[in-house]
Design a protein around this ligand. Structure first.
Ligand code: ADP
Ligand code: MG
Length: 369
């Protein structure tokens, strides 16, 4: 069996989640992992958030709309599929799936509170990311689901959203509200106002009556809703899910990577892999010190060339030591974490060849990285 950590993860994980700050190459790495899985003969789907335009074109999402699932043409026995997250479409299909009748589904979907809930709230995006993940986990067409998280500090909020939602839907106040009322509209009761206020803080809504009407229409659907949410929460915390932090060697990226490490610790989730991406390449056999001293002993253009090479060495050495310091800090929290390196390629990641080149670096034996 291979001991290469990336291949091992690709062969054993059911769900892979990539996190990291914007610009470090998270989406490129998610695509490269999917590519590697396809190379290994398995079927992967990457659910990606806002891929850079050219990357979207490269993986076939350039024309994609909504939740549409697209297959990337590859010359492999395995398969690579890609999709994006459409919050509205996901919420609508969840409502259709869980409502007892089509009429009830329509009632919920026509509700103004539902419309604003499904359109505008960032919390809803988290719930729907989790719901979409549930859906893809149920889909027998895929062996591995790779989740590319959005480029924000709160990217891991979706991990908590299933439990938050399930807790909310089970709350006695919600149960009370959706119960058929005997004495007309409960909302007229002034004593209930603080309760509604609390609820609208949780759901994030601004119209209390809309909230209540929504919850009523929603009645009975919450059981399936929270069941799914809890299945996802359990999957994400199980050994079949692997979390990956992607970082570049810049100070900003590493500060954000530290933040993700502490978020994962707080959530009780094990970090499986660090990808140190966009590393400046090393070249030649000389050291920075040798080049500096050659620069001093020469003059004119030759001195400038050695100065330049010394500068590139310094840059690569600094990147190495910053990454090593990060790995050391992270190993304290996650002693079993693996590391994979990828250098800054000569070109953007903009086609399947560059995704393949990135995958090849990630899956190289540790000695070659
Ligand atoms: N190893 C690499 N070599 C060269 N360019 C890279 C590499 N990794 C990422 N990039 C480039 O960096 C930019 C950001 O990559 P992307 O995957 O969209 O990052 P993120 O999803 O973290 O914002 C893109 O232009 C991509 O082509
Ligand atoms: Mg991205």
């Amino acid at each position: 069996m291979s001991t290469q950590p990336v291949i091992e993860m690709c062969m054993s994980a059911r769900v892979i989640v990539t996190c990291g700050t914007g610009g470090v190459g998270k989406t490129s790495v998610a695509a490269a992992l999917g590519y590697e899985i396809a190379q290994q003969g398995k079927r992967a789907i990457v659910i990606t958030i806002d891929p850079a335009r050219r990357l979207a074109d490269a993986i076939g999402l350039g024309e994609g709309t909504g939740n549409e699932i697209q297959r990337v043409p590859l010359d492999t026995t395995g398969e690579l599929w890609v999709t994006m997250l459409d919050v509205q479409e996901t919420f609508d299909s969840l409502v259709r799936d869980t409502s007892p009748t089509p009429e009830r589904a329509k009632e919920v979907m026509d509700n103004s509170f539902y419309r604003s809930l499904s359109r505008s709230l960032s919390g809803t995006r988290d719930y729907m990311a989790a719901e979409r993940l549930y859906d893809l986990c149920e889909d027998s067409r895929f062996d591995v689901i790779i989740v590319d998280t959005p480029p924000s500090r709160n990217a891991l909020d979706f991990l908590e959203s299933p439990e938050r939602l399930a807790r909310f839907l089970k709350h006695p106040i919600v149960k009370f509200l959706v119960a058929p009322s005997r004495g007309g509209f409960r909302l007229v009761n002034a004593a209930m106002q603080p309760v509604f206020k609390a609820i609208s803080t949780v759901v994030g809504g601004d119209t209390l009556t809309g909230t209540a009407a929504f919850l009523r229409a929603f009645d009975g659907m919450e059981e399936e809703f929270s069941r799914r949410a809890l299945v996802v929460a359990k999957t994400l915390r199980s050994a079949s899910s692997s979390f990956v932090i992607v970082t570049a060697p810049s100070p900003d990226a590493l500060t954000e990577a530290d933040h993700f490490v502490s978020e994962l610790s707080r959530l009780g989730i094990t970090l499986r892999l660090i990808v140190a991406n966009r590393m400046p390449p090393h070249f030649g056999t000389s050291t920075a010190a040798e080049e500096h001293s050659l620069a001093k002993s020469q003059s004119g253009d030759l001195a400038r060339v050695h100065e330049l090479i010394a500068g590139l060495h310094d840059h690569a050495d600094r990147a190495d030591s910053d990454i090593q310091a990060f790995i050391q800090r992270t190993s304290t929290a996650f002693p079993a974490v693996s590391i994979a390196f990828a250098t800054e390629l000569a070109t953007d990641i903009h086609d399947m060849d560059s995704i393949g080149a990135l995958a090849q670096q990630l899956a190289a034996p540790p000695a070659q990285q």
